[in-house]
Design a protein around this ligand. Structure first.
Ligand code: ACM
Ligand code: ZN
Length: 553
């Protein structure tokens, strides 16, 4: 009876989510998100016993990340972790990881689960890691909790899975400028990305409402710039505005940043920091008003929106400051990309500023848009000199793209398409599909959000590859990202509510080939996944997932 009970989640999983259990058809879909490239059910189970070992090609730390993760998942409900040994032979009753140069994609893997053994073939350590995340989703939900169940026998259904991502860039963004979240929340967010095979965390660290990263050379950024005196109540677009009267703020120390970056690395996730310029800079300008056109004084903003005061493009001190900041940032973040924002920069101050106007004249620029382009190009030159690459929001197209820049298309897909046609790399993150701060169902009864209407079904329906691009231009579409802006997201619980499950629709869009995507099947898999989320204590959205407005049309 006990055994049946413990197998029940797996049985339910396969009866509710496999289209054809026991079939070897490629169409069979197990409850894995993102859906793998192919899966064939074999019948039977691999049973994990006290004798089960994990055999690795070497004790290389990158490989051990996957072996340790699997061992921990098994230990959580059974109380005993399988032994990890080196070897190449797929001994009976064991899980063996084999390096295989024939696996076509660096992040891909082939997972063969038979009643006798589990074999994982991968070209790189990240392939092993993703195979373990797949095994995790085939194991019952109880592996997510550290609660030992006496006499438990864990098992996974026998199947062959061949899997690789559609896109190399699969990301989620988080704004910590408007509201800040504890390091523990950031790590949990990263865990969720890893569970769903995402490989990038875009950390939006500086804003008008708060500068959130310690910079040793400029201590006022966090002494002054990290704190606002109060916060607007209700929707900032609906005057008269009222404020809560409570100081708000905080920042991540460099040690905390290093801890997050190392944690993400252990999940094969690259962290891209974003340091906003020339706009969204009030955290910096409140700290160092001399970096503005007018000289201030300024306060860290207490309401949301786009502010007229921005970094002065005419002062060389501004570039010295930003290069110093970026130098510290580069030391903290080992990834290739540094995001410099570039969005929503009003030109009002530049139009009146003698130094900005002098710069336009001296550099032979046509207007303030070209001045913004000059600004970004100057920063790009610096980043390239440090061996890094610049990413900016699609406004960096205005006035001319910096030569090597990668564009994040957020105002729909137009900017991304234009950039790809100019042979620039692109990450698609259109507000029309990927802004997870928008309402996820009809707003009535929902917590206040910035606006919009972006149900799970709509997020899921997105195909990041624009049809109007030629095959060569399409190569520039690196992938897809979901964005979580946090003006109206004050707590970790609320963050999870807004992000999940929509973030995993993004994960599947980034990983799974478009012709394998099927919303009804995704919903069926999600129903099973929800129990895992319950075990993990994730506060995911449980309401209407369908696009009911589309249905009414
Ligand atoms: C943005 O949403 N301002 C990039
Ligand atoms: Zn100026």
């Amino acid at each position: 009876m006990k055994k049946i009970f413990y197998l029940l989640p797996i049985l339910i999983m396969f009866f509710t989510s496999c289209k054809k259990a026991n079939s070897t058809s490629e169409e069979v879909t197990a409850s894995i998100i993102p859906a793998p490239s192919s899966i064939s059910m074999l019948g039977g189970d691999f049973i994990i016993t006290e004798k089960t070992k994990i055999i690795v090609p070497s004790m290389d730390p990158e490989i051990m990340l996957s072996a340790d993760l699997l061992a921990q998942l098994i230990k959580n409900p059974t109380g005993s972790a399988p032994e990890i040994t080196t070897g190449t032979r797929a001994k009976k009753g064991s899980v063996v990881m084999v390096f295989d140069p024939e696996v076509s994609n660096d992040e891909g893997y082939i997972l063969a689960i038979t009643p006798k053994r589990i074999t994982i073939n991968a070209k790189t350590a990240v392939g092993f890691f993703y195979a373990v995340q797949t095994i995790r989703q085939l194991l019952p939900d109880m592996v997510e909790k550290q609660e030992v169940i006496e006499g438990l026998k864990l098992s996974v259904p026998a199947c062959i899975i061949k899997d690789e991502p559609r896109f190399s860039y699969r990301g989620m963004h988080l704004d910590v400028g408007r509201h800040m979240f504890p390091v523990a929340t950031i790590k949990r967010y990263i865990d969720m990305l890893a569970l769903h095979k995402m490989n990038t965390f875009h950390w939006h660290l500086t804003e008008d409402q708060g500068w959130r990263i310690e910079i040793k050379k400029y201590p006022k950024l966090t002494e002054i710039g990290a704190y606002r005196k109060e916060t607007v109540l209700g929707h900032a677009g609906r005057p008269p505005l009222k404020f809560d009267g409570k100081p708000y703020g905080g920042f991540y120390t460099q040690d905390e940043v290093k801890d997050v970056v190392a944690y993400a690395k252990s999940k094969f996730i690259t962290v891209i920091p974003e340091i906003e310029m020339p706009g969204h800079a009030m955290g910096a300008l409140a700290s160092y008003p001399e970096l503005s056109c007018t000289g201030g004084p300024f306060e860290v903003n207490t309401r949301w929106g786009v502010m007229d005061d921005v970094f002065c493009a005419g002062k060389d001190e501004v570039f010295t400051f930003l290069q110093d900041v970026l130098t510290e940032v580069i030391d903290l973040f080992p990834g290739t990309y540094i995001h410099i924002g570039g969005d929503e920069c009003p030109k009002k101050r530049w139009e009146k500023c003698p130094l900005c106007q002098k710069r336009i004249k001296d550099e032979g620029l046509k207007d303030e848009h070209e001045l913004q382009s000059y600004f970004i190009q100057r920063i790009e030159k610096f980043l390239i000199s440090k061996g890094r690459n610049l990413i900016g929001w699609d406004e960096i197209l205005e006035g001319g793209l910096a030569p090597e820049a990668t564009v994040m298309s957020w105002r729909g897909t137009r900017g991304g398409i234009a950039a790809a046609k100019l042979n620039h790399d692109v990450i698609m993150t259109p507000n029309t599909y990927a802004y997870l701060d928008y309402y996820q169902c009809e707003p009535a009864g929902e917590p206040l959000a910035i606006g919009g209407y972006l149900p799970l079904e709509k997020v899921y329906s997105y195909n990041p590859m624009p049809e109007e691009l030629t095959p060569d231009e399409q190569k520039h579409i690196l992938g897809v990202q979901g964005n979580v802006w946090t003006e109206y997201i004050p707590t970790s619980e609320h963050l999870e509510y807004m992000a999940f499950p929509r973030a995993i629709a993004i994960a599947e869009t980034g990983w799974t080939q478009d012709n394998k995507k099927d919303f009804e099947d995704f919903l069926a898999r999600l129903e099973i996944l929800k129990k895992r989320y319950d075990a993990m204590g994730i506060n995911y959205f449980r309401g209407e997932y369908r696009d009911t407005r589309a249905a009414k049309k």
